[in-house]
Design a binder for this molecule. Structure first.
Ligand code: PRP
Length: 171
C-alpha cells in the first residue's frame, strides 16, 4: 500500500474546506447529509472544525458491495429522516469516483425542494473532475486512478479505521 495523504494533510484540507463552508453557511443552520458508510469519519472531523450551528443526517447507499468495481447501480439502503424542504443541504461524501452516487443523491434530494443543495467531497477522481469541474462544490483533493482506502473508505469493509489515506497496490 502507498500512502497518498497523511493525517496532517487531511487535517489541513478540512480546515481549508471548513473556512469556505462556514463563510457560505453562516446563519443558515445547514443540514449536512453524510453518505454512509464511507463518509462518517470525514463528517465527524468536518463538523468539529466547522464549529457552527448545523444539523446532521445520514443516508446509506451502496454501489460497490463487497467488490472493488462499481455495480453501476446505486442502492439506497437507508434514507435520511429529516424534512429537507426549505433547508440548506450539504451532501458530505468521502470520495466521488464515477459520480453516479452523487447524481442519484442530488436527484433524490432535489425533488424534496431544499433551499439549496451542494456537495462537499474530501476526494474526487482527477478524471471525473476533468470531465465535470462542477462535480462537487467543495473538493479536498483530486486523486489518481486506483483503489483508495483509509479515513472511512473501505475495500471489502476493511481498512476504514486507518487515519491516513492509502492507495492499494495490485496484488
Ligand atoms: C463509495 C464511496 C462513495 C461512492 C462513490 O461507496 O463511499 O459513496 O462509492 O462512487 P461513485 O462516484 O462511482 O458512485 P460504496 O458504495 O463503496 O459504499 P460505502 O461508503 O459503504 O463503502
Amino acid at each position: 500500500m502507498k500512502r497518498i495523504l497523511s493525517r496532517r494533510q487531511v487535517r489541513q484540507t478540512i480546515k481549508r474546506l471548513s473556512d469556505l463552508i462556514r463563510e457560505e453557511y453562516r446563519d443558515k443552520r445547514p443540514l449536512l447529509v453524510c453518505v454512509l458508510k464511507g463518509g462518517f469519519v470525514f463528517l465527524a472531523d468536518l463538523i468539529r472544525e466547522l464549529d457552527m450551528p448545523l444539523q446532521v443526517d445520514f443516508i446509506t447507499v451502496s454501489s460497490y458491495g463487497s467488490g472493488r468495481a462499481s455495480s453501476g447501480e446505486v442502492r439506497i439502503v437507508q434514507d435520511i429522516t429529516t424534512d429537507v424542504t426549505g433547508r440548506h443541504v450539504l451532501i458530505v461524501e468521502d470520495i466521488v469516483d464515477s459520480g453516479l452516487t452523487l447524481d442519484r443523491l442530488r436527484q433524490r434530494l432535489h425533488s424534496r425542494s431544499p433551499a439549496s443543495l451542494r456537495v462537499c467531497a474530501l476526494l474526487a477522481r482527477r478524471d471525473a473532475l476533468a470531465d465535470n469541474p462542477d462535480l462537487a462544490d467543495y473538493v479536498g483533493h483530486a486523486v489518481p486512478p486506483g483503489f483508495v482506502v483509509g479515513y472511512g473508505i473501505d475495500s471489502g469493509e476493511d481498512y476504514r479505521y486507518l487515519p491516513d489515506v492509502w492507495m492499494l497496490e495490485d496484488e
